[in-house]
Design a protein around this ligand. Structure first.
Ligand code: ZN
Ligand code: FE
Ligand code: FE
Ligand code: ZN
Length: 270
């Protein structure tokens, strides 16, 4: 059995978010075909600031999402399907997000930073030039500050794509200083008992490497931070993408096990 056949993909979107394709069932069937025994759907939670229809489902769709994922789980007993969600972090909506998360029985929550405090979406291709104008180092610093803040809230279980500012290949000028910021965020993540994910979507982006980078992953391993695997699939064929490579990356970083989210159990890497 290949590595990806054994590790659950916990970062899978659906067409509800407005920028993914394929029926939710198609994602599940792909996971089953790969031999996964567990997976999680984690579509984008509605945002309460800076929202646009192409970013996340609308608030009035959330109940339907929850119902649809639970229905999928009932329809495909051959795989355990968890109800997850990927929540954006904004300082001013912490309370609102906390209320919405508490209102539904999500199995886990991925906390992600895609926006700076003023709503600048640094992972959107339309902003690729503006990133340079704003300053790449400043974006990295601010994103790690927000990741640490997010970890401190206790609202989230897994940190999504830790070093997302690298998506388009932008590298900090002062790499050593930025790495210190990242390590600070990791210390907060460890203290909060959160996990990080290896997100394989980075291999499909201009940067051409998974999130987080090998050095950050090694820091996470050294801190004892649990690890999950996610493809960030926005199309059914992306489920489980590059999980074999991801397992190699995890091993090289010092990981021997992955976190199974259904029971928070530790499972040896294949
Ligand atoms: Zn998305
Ligand atoms: Fe994301
Ligand atoms: Fe995602
Ligand atoms: Zn994501």
């Amino acid at each position: 059995m290949s590595a990806r056949a054994m590790i659950g993909d916990y970062h899978v979107h659906t067409q509800l978010c407005g920028h993914a394709e394929g029926e939710p069932a198609a994602y599940v069937e792909r996971a089953i075909a790969l031999g996964m025994t567990e997976m999680g759907i984690a579509d984008h939670l509605p945002m309460f600031v800076h929202w646009e229809p192409s970013l996340t489902m609308a608030m009035e769709q959330l109940d339907g999402y929850v119902t649809a994922v639970r229905a999928l789980a009932a329809r495909y007993p051959e795989i355990r399907i968890l109800l997850g969600v990927e929540a954006d972090y904004f300082e001013e909506t912490e309370e609102r997000v906390g209320e919405v998360l508490a209102h539904h029985d999500f199995d886990y929550v991925i906390g992600s930073v895609h926006f700076l405090g003023d709503g600048f979406g640094f992972d959107q291709s339309r902003n690729m030039q503006a990133i340079v104008a704003r300053g790449v180092d400043a974006i990295y610093r601010e994103s790690y500050r927000l990741v640490a803040r997010a970890a401190g809230t206790g609202l989230f279980d897994v940190v999504g794509h830790l070093d997302l500012p690298k998506k388009f290949g932008h590298r900090p000028t002062d790499a050593a200083a930025i790495e210190l910021y990242a390590r600070g965020a990791l210390a907060t993540i460890a203290a909060a008992g959160m996990a990080v994910e290896i997100n394989t979507a980075g291999w499909r982006k201009p940067v051409g490497e998974a999130y987080p980078a090998a050095a950050l992953l090694a820091s996470a391993a050294a801190l004892g931070i649990p690890l999950t695997f996610g493809s960030d699939a926005h199309a059914p064929e992306e489920v489980g993408a590059d999980f074999d490579r991801a397992v190699e990356l995890a091993r090289a970083a010092g990981y021997a096990a992955t976190l199974r989210l259904s029971d928070r159990g530790s499972v040896a890497l294949p």
